[in-house]
Ligand binder design. Structure first.
Ligand code: AMP
Length: 317
């Protein structure tokens, strides 16, 4: 994940919940992609602070730093070295076809793309393969990048022998959570988010702005739950009431104002334990820094092993 500040519920349901679930059965590596954050925000002076904020959200969501390391990409130099080697194994034409890049250009109104942004998936391939990652728990927007990672692994192995696995993406049931404004993706850069750290009052306030079915103008008009973002949040955060909400929305018995209030309450209830856990780390930032130092040492050990192998097969023969 890129350290762009506090996380939103899209991060949670699209990726983070999977990380928490998988940490018991896999050797997870939890990467803070601080170099990647520069691809769309070169001006930021807050990479470190944002990294700390993000780790607090990870810990609050249940990531166990003893089971699996948490570390910054920039502190393990092997990422940039492997990125350089991988950049020889893929054409610019292939990277230009990346649909996630096209979406970002549209969403951020970009009129040009820097070389590093075009190469984002190549650095991501290094992030994954440095740890010989077999499974990558990501949201739907990242799936094209995992495909590029597989192509790079294949190309490397063909050239120099079997070194890397071809990783598979692992999606959750909510691999693309929509934003409050009805945009297909909740995203900080679009500004349509509910943060994991938002108070119940903030969640109520934000939920009131959510775009529902535009054809349901009056309270008693029949609605179409399947086009409504609030309904999609009910599906995740309030599953037991979903059949009744669908019925009442479709018949016109349930108005959007009440439906949103109920939804905001359920989201706030769901996030309450996370907010409590986060408050502990906010008061004890030194614990977070120690967790990073430990994670960076452990990640470095693995990264050095892989790079030694890579240099051996390529340069020594
Ligand atoms: P990013 O902040 O773009 O680095 O995303 C970090 C992870 O969260 C990636 O695996 C994304 O696919 C996932 N993610 C971000 N936004 C959403 C969303 N709205 N729905 C589902 N997953 C998301």
């Amino acid at each position: 994940m890129r350290p762009t500040g506090k996380l939103h519920i899209g991060h949670l349901v699209g990726a983070l919940e999977n990380w928490v679930a998988l940490q018991n059965s896999y050797n997870n590596f939890h990467l803070i992609a601080d170099y990647h954050a520069l691809t769309t925000d070169l001006e930021t002076r807050e990479l470190y602070q944002n990294s700390i904020e993000m780790v607090m959200d990870w810990l609050a969501a249940g990531i166990d730093p003893v089971k699996s390391p948490i570390f910054r990409q920039s502190q393990v130099k092997e990422h940039t070295e492997l990125h350089l080697i991988f950049s020889m194994l893929i054409t610019t034409a292939r990277l230009e076809r990346n649909p996630t890049l096209k979406d970002q250009i549209r969403d951020l109104n970009m009129d040009s793309v820097v070389y590093g942004h075009l190469g984002y998936p190549v650095l991501q391939a290094a992030d994954i393969l440095l740890y010989k990652g077999e499974v990558v728990p990501v949201g739907e927007d990242q799936v094209p990048h995992i495909e590029i990672t597989r192509e790079i692994a294949r190309r490397f192995n063909l050239q120099w022998g079997e070194v890397f696995p071809e990783p598979e993406p692992k999606l959750t049931k909510f691999a693309r959570l929509a934003g409050l404004d009805g945009n297909q993706k909740m995203s900080k850069s679009i500004g349509n988010t509910i943060l994991l750290s938002d108070s119940p009052e903030e969640i109520q306030k934000k939920m009131r702005t959510a775009v529902t079915d535009t054809q349901k103008v009056r309270r008693n008009d029949p609605g179409r739950p399947d086009v409504c973002v609030v309904f999609s949040y009910h599906q995740k955060f309030n599953p037991t009431e979903v059949p009744q909400i669908r019925k009442d929305c479709e018949s016109g018995a349930l108005g959007c104002v009440d439906c949103k209030k109920n939804c905001a309450n359920k989201v706030a209830e769901f996030l309450e334990p996370l907010r409590t856990k986060r408050a502990h780390y906010e008061k004890n930032v030194s614990e977070v820094k120690d967790i990073l130092a430990d994670g960076e040492r452990r990640a470095k050990e693995e990264a050095v092993k892989t790079m030694t192998q890579v240099r051996d097969v390529m340069m020594v023969g």
